[in-house]
Write a new protein. Structure first.
Length: 542
C-alpha cells in the first residue's frame, strides 16, 4: 500500500555539473534523499508502468539509498526497477542498461572521483531515456520541485536482496537484479577487435590497470583478464570498496601515483590505465609517456577507424570548452565538424542523439562515443588497446607521430581546492568585470587578443547556456580559462586551464611546466589568484 510521508523542502538541492553531490551526512538527514528522488519522479517524463534503472559505484550509503529508491519507485507507479547486482553499476554500464532495456531513465548513485565513507561524499544523478545525464531544463525542473515539495510516497516493503540475481515483487512493481557486467562486456565486444587485442597480448604486450578499489574492478577483470587474456593481476585494486581503500578514486598523477611510479619505472609495462569511482573517467599512460585527456581525445579520434565499431568514420568530434584544441586539428584534417560545449557530459547528449558527433571528450579525463550517453573509462582503454594492436606501436611512438602531424597542444589544469566561496566568487566577479578592457594588454611575452565569458548555443534544441567560464586568448593561439568547479562538496574549487600550441616543426618534446611557465605567470597576474585566495600554488595539477 502506498504511504504518503509529509515533508518540507531541504535547502541546497540544486544539481551541479553532474547531479546532486553532498557529504554522506547530508544525505542521511531525514527526508533528504527521499525528497530529491520524489522530486525527480514528480517532474521527469515517464509513462505509467515504465522501467527505471538504479545502481551506483558501491560507495558507502549506496545500498541504503537503493532500497529507498526502490520503495519510492514502487509507490510512484513504476512497473519495473533494474538494479545491478550488489547495487553496482558503473555510470557507462547504467547508461547502456537504460538504452538496451528501454527504461524511461535511471538513478545513478555516485560522487564520481570524490572520496567515499561515512564522512565523505555521496551523490544522486538522474539520467533520461537516451541513457545520458538529464539536460539543464530537467535538472532545473527537479530543483524547482525540491523547493516546494510537501510529501514523498513510499510502500512498506522489506529490503530487496541485492546480491541475488533474479526478480522480486515490491507491491505491483518487479525488481530485477541483473548481472552488472555482462551487458556491458557484450557491448564492448561489438565495438572492438578483441581478436587483434588478444593476439597482441599473446605477442607479449603488457599492461597495468588500476581500478582504484572502485566500480570498474569487476568490469576490468572480466574484459581485460577473462576475455582478452591479460594475466591475472593485470587489474590492480579490482574489488570495489565502500571507502575506496581510503583513497580518492581519481585517476590522475596525484591519486594514481602508484600507477605512475610503475609506468615511469625501469620495468614498466607497455600500457597503463586507470578509471575513477563510477567508471566513466580514464587515465592513459604509456611506458614513460603520460597522455593528457585532451591529447587522448585527439589521438583516439584520429585513429578510431581502426576499430570495427568506428570503421565507417566519425560524424563529428565534440569537446568541452576548457579541453585543449588538439581534437579540433584532427577534425580539420579529417574534414569533420567540431563542437565546443560547456563543461558537463550532458551537453554532448543532443549532438550524439542527432548524429552530429560520434566521439566526445573532456579535459577532466572523460572520453566516450555514441555507444552510450556517458563518458566511458574502459571504452577509452579498449579503443587505445585496439589501436595499438592494429598499429603495432607503443603509446610514446603514437604520441610523437601524432604531434609531428598535427602539432602539440601543451596543456595543464591547476586546481585550487576548498577555497572560501566568497573569495572565489570575488575573483571571478573581478575577472568578469575586467574582460572588456583586457584586449591588447601585454603580460610578459604574451599579448591578450580576446577575452570573454563562454556562452553556448545548442545547435540542436536552440537553448543557451551562459556564464560557462572565462576565456583569455593570447596572440599565437595560447589560452587560459578560468572557471569554478560544479562538482565539489566543500567550499569552491577554482580551475585554471592552461594551453599552448606548438606547431608542426616546433618544440614538440619539451616538459609541459616549462612550456607553460609564461602562461602560469600571466594567469596569476590577470586573475589575482594569490591576492584573492592567499594561495601561491595549486593543490592539484593534472
Ligand atoms: C563531471 C561531469 C564532467 C565534468 C566534470 C568536471 O564528471 O560529468 O562532464 O567535466 O564533472 O566538472 P567540474 O569542472 O565542474 O568539476 P564526473 O566524472 O565527476 O561525473
Amino acid at each position: 500500500m502506498t504511504r504518503t510521508v509529509p515533508s518540507t523542502p531541504c535547502s541546497g538541492q540544486k544539481p551541479g555539473t553532474s547531479g546532486l553531490r553532498k557529504k554522506v551526512k547530508v544525505f542521511q538527514q531525514p527526508n533528504y534523499a527521499e525528497n530529491f528522488i520524489q522530486s525527480v519522479f514528480d517532474v521527469v517524463e515517464r509513462a505509467p508502468g515504465s522501467a527505471l534503472v538504479v545502481g551506483g559505484d558501491g560507495r558507502y550509503h549506496n545500498r541504503t539509498v537503493i532500497q529507498q529508491a526502490i520503495r519510492i519507485a514502487a509507490a510512484n507507479g513504476y512497473g519495473k526497477v533494474l538494479v545491478g547486482r550488489g547495487g553496482i553499476l558503473s555510470t557507462p554500464a547504467a547508461s547502456n542498461v537504460i538504452r538496451k532495456y528501454g527504461a524511461s531513465g535511471g538513478l545513478i548513485l555516485s560522487a564520481s572521483h570524490n572520496p567515499g565513507g561515512p564522512d565523505e561524499d555521496f551523490g544522486i544523478k538522474y539520467n533520461i531515456a537516451n541513457g545520458g545525464p538529464a539536460p539543464e531544463a530537467v535538472t532545473e525542473a527537479i530543483y524547482a520541485r525540491t523547493q516546494t515539495i510537501d510529501r514523498w510516497l513510499t510502500v512498506d516493503a522489506p529490503d530487496v536482496d541485492l546480491d541475488r540475481l533474479g526478480s522480486t515483487q515490491v507491491e505491483a512493481m518487479t525488481v530485477d537484479v541483473i548481472d552488472s557486467v555482462s551487458d556491458y562486456a557484450e557491448l564492448m565486444e561489438s565495438l572492438f577487435d578483441f581478436n587483434a587485442i588478444r593476439a597482441n597480448v599473446e605477442g607479449g604486450f603488457t599492461m597495468a590497470f588500476d581500478a582504484m578499489s572502485a566500480v570498474t574492478g569487476p568490469y576490468a577483470i572480466e574484459i581485460l583478464e577473462n576475455r582478452l587474456g591479460f594475466p591475472k593481476g593485470t587489474v590492480r585494486n579490482g574489488i570495489p570498496l565502500e571507502d575506496f581503500g581510503g583513497h580518492h578514486p581519481d585517476p590522475n598523477m596525484v591519486h594514481a601515483h602508484e600507477l605512475f611510479d610503475t609506468m615511469f619505472g625501469p620495468d614498466a609495462p607497455d600500457f597503463g590505465a586507470a578509471s575513477d569511482g563510477d567508471g566513466d573517467r580514464n587515465l592513459i599512460v604509456g611506458r614513460h609517456r603520460f597522455v593528457t585527456p585532451s591529447d587522448s581525445l585527439a589521438m583516439l579520434a584520429a585513429n578510431a577507424h581502426l576499430a570495427p565499431g568506428y570503421a565507417g568514420g566519425l560524424n563529428g568530434i565534440a569537446r568541452s570548452m576548457p579541453t585543449s584544441a588538439a581534437a579540433d586539428r584532427v577534425a580539420e584534417a579529417l574534414g569533420l565538424p567540431c563542437f565546443e560545449t560547456p563543461t558537463g557530459w550532458k551537453f554532448f547528449g543532443n549532438l550524439l542523439d542527432a548524429g552530429m558527433a560520434t566521439i566526445c571528450g573532456e579535459e577532466s579525463a572523460g572520453t566516450g562515443s555514441d555507444h552510450v550517453r556517458e563518458k566511458d573509462g574502459l571504452w577509452a582503454v579498449l579503443l587505445w588497446l585496439n589501436i595499438l594492436a592494429v598499429r603495432r606501436i607503443g603509446v610514446d611512438q603514437l604520441a610523437r607521430e601524432h604531434w609531428a602531424r598535427f602539432g602539440r597542444n601543451y596543456y595543464a589544469r591547476h586546481d585550487y581546492e576548498a577555497l572560501p566561496t566568497d573569495r572565489a566568487d570575488a575573483l571571478m566577479a573581478e575577472l568578469n568585470q575586467s574582460l572588456s578592457s583586457l584586449s591588447g594588454k601585454p603580460f610578459g611575452n604574451l599579448t591578450i587578443s580576446t577575452a570573454d565569458n563562454f556562452s553556448y548555443l545548442d545547435p540542436v534544441d536552440g537553448s543557451t547556456s551562459s556564464n560557462q567560464g572565462v576565456r583569455i586568448l593570447f596572440e599565437g593561439g595560447s589560452r587560459v580559462v578560468f572557471r569554478l568547479s560544479g562538482t565539489g562538496t566543500e567550499g569552491a574549487t577554482l580551475r585554471v586551464y592552461l594551453e599552448r600550441y606548438e606547431p608542426v616543426g616546433g618544440d614538440l618534446d619539451r616538459e609541459t611546466p616549462e612550456m607553460l611557465a609564461d602562461l602560469i605567470r600571466a594567469a596569476d597576474a590577470i586573475a589575482g589568484i594569490a591576492r584573492h585566495t592567499g594561495r601561491t600554488a595549486p593543490d592539484v595539477v593534472t
